[in-house]
Design a protein around this ligand. Structure first.
Ligand code: MG
Length: 203
């Protein structure tokens, strides 16, 4: 399986990072070795002094598809969860300044924390989902999928022009405003609505 990630999908987050609003989805990948299973601890790697959390709604692909029309895109995912796109921000800043690809900062081992999934049918409107992250019991980041620049269906349609989507692939749909650094011993609790989906520590 593969992990497809969308960058810069919430306007206020683009502002906090001083990026430009994109004309089409910004896409990068993480390998399957990046998955951090639910509630396992995240160990800060030796090559970075600054790892940020990015809390994101994730979707799981449920059928094979290529060049999917936007109006059929909703048929290609059936489950929704929450993930943390861990980012070595110091490494990313260096790559960005040099005009180089981001993978070392984004795709390293355990950089994709993934929750259990909830069937899509349980949501009245997938483009109106509240989600948030608490760190050490304090609210640190919150968002709603209505604020996405590119909707889940638009993302699926777009990426499928380039990559064949396969059953079990996961899409990280972008982070809202409020990203920040994690520190050793932090406790991260991620919620969809009021439902706790993840509870784990930084080591
Ligand atoms: Mg992200």
């Amino acid at each position: 399986m593969k992990i497809i990630c969308v960058g810069l999908n919430y306007a206020q987050h683009i502002g906090e990072m001083s990026w430009q609003r994109p004309d089409e989805p910004v896409i990068f990948l993480k390998p399957d070795s990046a998955i951090l299973r639910v509630n396992n601890p995240f160990f800060i790697p030796d090559f970075t002094q600054h790892v940020d959390y990015e809390t994101e709604i994730i979707v799981r692909i449920c059928r094979l598809g290529k060049c999917i029309d936007r109006k059929f895109a909703h048929r290609y995912y059936d489950q929704i969860g929450i993930g943390i796109d861990f980012t070595a921000r110091d490494v990313q800043s260096k790559m960005k300044a040099a005009g180089l690809p981001w993978e070392l900062s984004k795709a390293f081992d355990n950089s994709a924390a993934v929750s259990e999934f909830i069937p899509k049918e349980e949501f009245v409107d997938v483009q109106n989902i509240d989600f948030h992250l608490d760190i050490n019991g304090q609210l640190r980041q919150s968002g709603n999928t209505r604020d996405m620049i590119f909707s889940i269906d638009e993302i699926i349609s777009f990426v499928s022009q380039y990559f064949t989507l396969k059953i079990g692939d996961i899409i990280f749909t972008g982070t809202p405003v409020g990203v920040g650094k994690v520190n050793i011993n932090d406790r991260l609790e991620a919620y969809i609505g009021t439902r706790k989906m993840m509870d784990f520590h930084i080591k």
